[in-house]
Design a protein around this ligand. Structure first.
Ligand SMILES: Cc1cc2nc3c(=O)[nH]c(=O)nc-3n(C[C@H](O)[C@H](O)[C@H](O)COP(=O)(O)OP(=O)(O)OC[C@H]3O[C@@H](n4cnc5c(N)ncnc54)[C@H](O)[C@@H]3O)c2cc1C
Length: 390
């Protein structure tokens, strides 16, 4: 006999945890099933650029208090292309914002969310529990799980899949389209000669974009996109050789690179799921859309998925949770924002990561135009901060 709850969240990563927190005091019983053991997210090395809009959501959930000391504000974003003319610079003060974004580690975000979830008693969290299959039907959805020496099934008015697209692929009535970019992101933390002055650099090169995000007092989080063979070579170089390659690739805008630590490589792809709902099932975060990190949009969009789903659920009577009308309202709330984020990110990757004749000049003209036309710059800054609905 399957246990019955209102909401089952599959995956207690940043998006799943945000949803569970946003549902506290909603009157709905929420269970989170998470494959990893408690505290294990701390080993994930990726750094995230959080938008101002995401900060506001985390503030409302009471998570930002614990995070603000670990988050480095971005006051300026400097966008350029290597060896070509054209650049654009955005300043937080020109946009009337405290910051254009915040840099913090995936691990500290996951830890803060886990702790707040526990303290707020917002949901029952079962760690070391892996969902192996899920079913969607007219009356309810069901998950089958195993772990911690036990296995079983749970039925829910709504199952929310937030597994990051990491495990469950065979989803009822849904199709996932995947386009491999043939790129990996080599990440790490560098220190350099000059202070970062809270400037984030995004530099486009024919081999792919490279980003330096201000991190802590003096360091930068590095996201260096390269083809898989080059990424493997970069990860295997000794520190001095790696830093010399980085200097040649990025230039000397931040002075000499002094140290590198925590190198790791992530393969990059665009994966989109259509549709993102089935009867009594909703898919959110990276499980619904996995993006290239070039525009730092992936988690920010996932966070808005979780927030908007929670708002939709709060506006729904218990017996209609997971029903067609509720799910249609959720899809309508998200369509423009996720579609815009996917298009914008994919456009940047395609337009800026090649050396086709004529395109470099067009990119230069585009960046110059963005620089000269204040309303266009404000539009881009606002969409990056608050999403397409912002
Ligand atoms: C190099 C890199 C840099 C990035 N930079 C940025 C950035 O600057 N800004 C930004 O917004 N985004 C960025 N992203 C994207 C961001 O990391 C993701 O969007 C975000 O982590 C998605 O969160 P999620 O909770 O959906 O999935 P995940 O973080 O993948 O979490 C999924 C959770 O589900 C659990 N799980 C998986 N399968 C199961 C199962 N079967 N049963 C139970 N639990 C399960 C996992 O253990 C995990 O805890 C970056 C990504 C990369 C690779």
């Amino acid at each position: 006999m399957a246990e019955r709850v209102d909401i089952v969240v599959v995956g207690g990563g940043p998006v799943g945890s945000t949803l569970a927190l946003a549902l506290r005091e909603s009157g709905l019983s929420v269970t989170v099933l998470e494959a990893r053991s408690a505290g294990v997210a701390s080993s994930d090395r990726r750094m995230l650029a959080l938008s101002e809009g995401s900060k506001l959501i985390l503030q409302r959930l009471g998570v930002w208090r614990a995070l603000s000391a670990q988050a480095t504000p971005i006051a300026t974003i400097h966008i350029s292309q290597r060896g070509r003319l054209g650049r654009s610079v955005m300043h937080a003060q020109d946009e009337g914002q405290e910051a254009l974004g915040y840099v913090l580690s995936y691990a500290s975000l996951a830890d803060a969310l886990d702790r707040q979830l526990l303290e707020a008693g917002a949901a029952r969290v079962l760690n070391d529990t892996r969902v192996d299959a899920l079913e969607s039907a007219e009356a309810e959805a069901r998950v089958h799980y195993s772990g911690a020496g036990a296995s079983g099934s749970m039925a829910a008015r709504l199952v929310v899949l937030a597994d990051g697209g990491r495990s469950l692929n065979d989803l009822p009535g849904m199709k996932r389209e995947v386009r491999e970019y043939g790129h990996c992101a080599v990440v790490g933390r560098v220190t350099c000669e000059f202070d970062h002055r809270h400037i984030a650099y995004e530099r486009f090169t024919p081999e792919g974009p490279v980003a330096l995000l201000p991190d802590g007092e003096r360091g930068f989080a590095l996201v260096w996109t390269a083809d898989p063979v080059s990424a493997e070579v970069l990860c295997g170089l000794d520190d001095a050789a790696f830093l010399e390659r980085l200097r040649r690739h990025f230039g000397d805008r931040v002075g000499r690179f002094l140290t590198i630590s925590g190198r790791a490589a992530f393969p990059l792809k665009l994966a989109t799921l259509r549709p993102v709902t089935a009867p009594h099932l909703a898919v959110v975060g990276n499980a619904a859309q996995t993006l290239h990190p070039v525009a730092g949009q992936g988690f920010n969009i996932g966070l808005r998925d979780a927030w908007e789903l929670a708002l939709t659920l709060r506006d729904t009577s218990a017996q209609d949770v997971g029903g067609p009308e509720m799910l249609a309202r959720y899809r309508a709330r998200r369509q423009l924002d996720t579609g815009g984020g996917i298009f914008f990110t994919d456009f940047l990757v395609r337009a800026f990561s090649n050396d086709l004749p004529g395109l470099a000049a067009a990119r230069g003209a585009g960046l110059t135009l963005l620089e000269l036309v204040a309303p266009a710059k404000r539009f881009v800054a606002r969409k990056m901060s608050f999403g397409a609905n912002g």
